[in-house]
Design a protein around this ligand. Structure first.
Ligand code: IYR
Length: 222
């Protein structure tokens, strides 16, 4: 008999060691091709692909299974323009005043500046909101747990799903991002977490020559 509230783990697939080795290597080879891209084409992407990728992100684990995320998918040109204008205003401040010299120095190899044309060119901006609590039916606040970790994991899975589908993305975080609540009509208890810019790369897209740390540099086996 299964304890009430529980079901047998039927979704798990068991593979041989050979199969697991092959699957792990293939997944790695696919993810090694992932690059953050800043030049997007206007080529459209079907809503269905975006929906499937967001369903994949919604499979992320979360603190107390509160699933403390909300995804706003922006394809409307007027909203994209408003987001671009507000983001560029913050970024102008960042690059000309707020960012300390040391920060600007580490950003230099990425070639970023206050101009964010991709916020209008890319077919989709997926704005992820973090819900630190929810409001229940009686209007009371119900606390969520480990919300940053949970939303971070969900965004990681979203980025992976988008890459796997054959699209590119850019994690964009103009700071502060409070303007997103106004433009996207989200309640004050939701905190903008990230803008994920999604689409096809432009034909002439370039990416900085970056090195990934080696396994030795990122792992300790004990
Ligand atoms: N938000 C700014 C600056 C920026 C900060 C980091 I840390 C990056 O990895 C990249 C950019 C911008 O988007 O330009």
């Amino acid at each position: 008999m299964t304890k009430s509230g529980f079901i047998p783990l039927e979704s798990h697939e068991e593979y041989s060691t050979e199969e697991m080795t092959k699957r792990a290597a293939e997944f790695l080879a696919n993810l090694q091709r992932r690059r953050t891209v800043r030049q997007f084409s206007e080529k459209p992407v079907t809503k269905e692909i975006i929906e499937q990728c967001i369903r994949a992100a919604g499979c992320a684990p979360s603190g107390a299974n509160k699933q403390p995320w909300h995804f706003v998918v922006v394809s409307d040109a007027v909203r994209k323009k408003r987001i671009r204008e507000a983001a560029e205003a913050e970024e102008r401040e960042f690059y000309s005043r707020r960012a300390p010299q040391a920060w600007l120095e580490v950003l230099a190899p990425l070639g970023t500046d206050e101009n964010k044309p991709f916020l209008e060119t890319a077919p989709y901006l997926i704005v992820i909101f973090e819900q630190r609590y929810e409001i229940n039916q009686r209007g009371e606040r119900v606390k969520h747990y480990y919300t940053q970790e949970s939303v971070g994991i969900a965004v990681g899975m979203l980025i992976t799903a988008i890459h796997n589908a054959g699209l590119v993305s850019l994690t964009h975080t103009p700071s502060p991002m409070g303007f997103l609540n106004d433009i996207l009509d989200r309640p004050a208890y939701e905190r903008p977490f990230l803008i994920l810019v999604v689409g096809h790369p432009s034909k002439d897209a370039v990416v900085p020559k970056l090195e990934r740390k080696s396994l030795d540099q990122i792992v300790t086996f004990l």
